[in-house]
Design a protein around this ligand. Sequence first.
Ligand code: PMP
Length: 360
Amino acid sequence: MARVYNFYAGPATLPVEALQEAQKNLVDYEGSGLSLIETSHRSKEYDAVHTATIDLIKELLGVPSGYSVLLLGGGASMQFGMVPMNLMPQGGSCDMTLTGSWAKKALADAKKLGTVHLVYDGGDSAFTTLPDPASVQSSANSSYLHITSNETIEGVQWKRFPQTEAPLVADMSSDILSRPLSVDQFGIIYAGAQKNLGPSGVTIVIIRDDLLERAPDSLPAYLNYRTHAKSGSLYNTPPVFSIYMVKLVLEWLQRQGGLGAMAERNRKKAALLYDAIETSGSFYRCPVDPRYRSDMNVVFRLPSEDLEKRFVTEAGATGMIGLKGHRSVGGIRASIYNAMPEEGVSKLVSFMSSFAQAHA
Ligand code: PMP
């Protein structure tokens, strides 16, 4: 089997064991005589998958009682609108941190629905740093404060989180389940699945139950968190195949030793890359403040755009794909989510060394 090392930012590499398990079951799901994706979402077969997925998320993240785990469609992008629609009353306000491209999109949607106080604007630093979490406070009467725990495009990641008066809402699309965290610090955590969790198509929302009561009845049913909490995320047909894949990935994560072990591996992989950049005699350059460098998306530049193009092409020829930085910022981006093995990162590091020697 010729699998390449896949550094795409999302959809992203998945554990091969999870893919093989899905392949084995695709045509005949566990001897049922039909595929899970042909099975009613009200069947006992699907129900077991649905329930196990929610339970695994709760177990791995240590979700305390008083929180609901929802499995929704619409991508993390839909949460940019659903959070303000559900949490902010008409004429209300919220606080946001502008830390990069994804925070910017969340901000644009929130502005359509209420008043937004910007409590941090990283635009001046071209989004290469973050505020000290201790300095981030919510403003009076704010419905919530929103952060993006990991900016997938700029490669900046909150290492600790602000403690705020207003409920803290976090877009964790690109680092959920990469490290342990205290869910009780948050009012809402949401994440599209297609980086650390599985394929695209399902979005995880973890919401503190008292916040479910804020949603106005005037919201269309699907856009109201209460609808999904009440129906156990079976109000309508859920993305069954994506959810099944998420379950397989979560089982793999559990076999790896859970979030503590995963965080250690992720830090080690990221350190290998950042060290390679720092010791390259400035052939490679990471623009991000060392305090906030992402363990998930490692971004760096080469001496010229021409060399960056060659880097991507030559890496591709040796079986490492997806290294081109996001089109809005350029450069190189190595996305090294949970499922990227250390060998993939080591291979990239040795490629970086020989490429630098050849072109310095
Ligand atoms: N937030 C972050 C941090 C992301 O990385 C992404 C996707 N790359 C999104 C939101 C949007 O996710 P989706 O495509 O699932 O809407």
